[in-house]
Design a protein around this ligand. Structure first.
Ligand SMILES: [Fe+2]
Ligand SMILES: [Fe+2]
Length: 181
């Protein structure tokens, strides 16, 4: 029995959303306490930056390379829901890179020096304020993008795939996913 590809993707969404919940807590803390929250928030932010490069990137790859081609074989690849999802994957990935870049700007900087780093961070992100503001703004965008994207997949794309793909095709998609895992 091969992997149920839709259930597998849903399980991954759940695992990623648990980390998003931690990120949201860190964002609220940065909102409330500003740069003073950085020592507590940075480990959570860094962990999420890592996750975007590893777990989340692998998840998107499973969709891009295993699930979407099966749907595109039926309805084409242009102007279709999968085309929109592919664009969003790229956008989320770019936001992740910016997030990690902003974090690495802070990597070797101790808290008292954060103020001095503020200007560099502002030019990097276009956000006014200190390090906390720059990170908070990017993290908030990332949370919104991921929630919006996962929501569309769960409400529209996955049910569509379950309806349109026959059991044999779904099994093939599952094996392709296992090969990518
Ligand atoms: Fe996706
Ligand atoms: Fe997904």
């Amino acid at each position: 029995m091969s992997l149920d590809p839709i259930q597998h993707l849903l399980d991954e969404h759940k695992a990623i959303m648990a980390q998003v919940a931690d990120l949201r807590k860190a964002v609220r803390d940065l909102e409330a306490r500003g740069d003073a929250a950085l020592p507590d928030s940075l480990p959570v932010l860094r962990r999420f930056g890592q996750l975007m490069e590893t777990q989340l990137a692998r998840h998107a790859k499973k969709e891009d390379e295993a699930l979407f081609p099966a749907l595109e074989a039926l309805f084409g690849a242009e102007g279709t829901p999968t085309a929109v999802m592919r664009v969003e994957h790229a956008e989320i990935h770019r936001r992740g890179e910016l997030f990690r870049r902003t974090l690495s700007e802070l990597q070797t900087v101790e808290h008292p020096a954060l103020e001095a780093k503020g200007e560099a961070l502002r030019s990097l992100t276009g956000v006014k304020g200190g390090g906390a503001d720059a990170l908070r703004a990017t993290a908030t965008e990332i949370i919104e993008l991921i929630e919006w994207h996962f929501g569309k997949e769960e409400q529209i794309l996955f049910p569509m795939a379950e309806q349109m793909l026959d059991p044999e095709t779904l099994a093939q998609v599952g094996s392709r996913m296992e090969a990518l895992a």
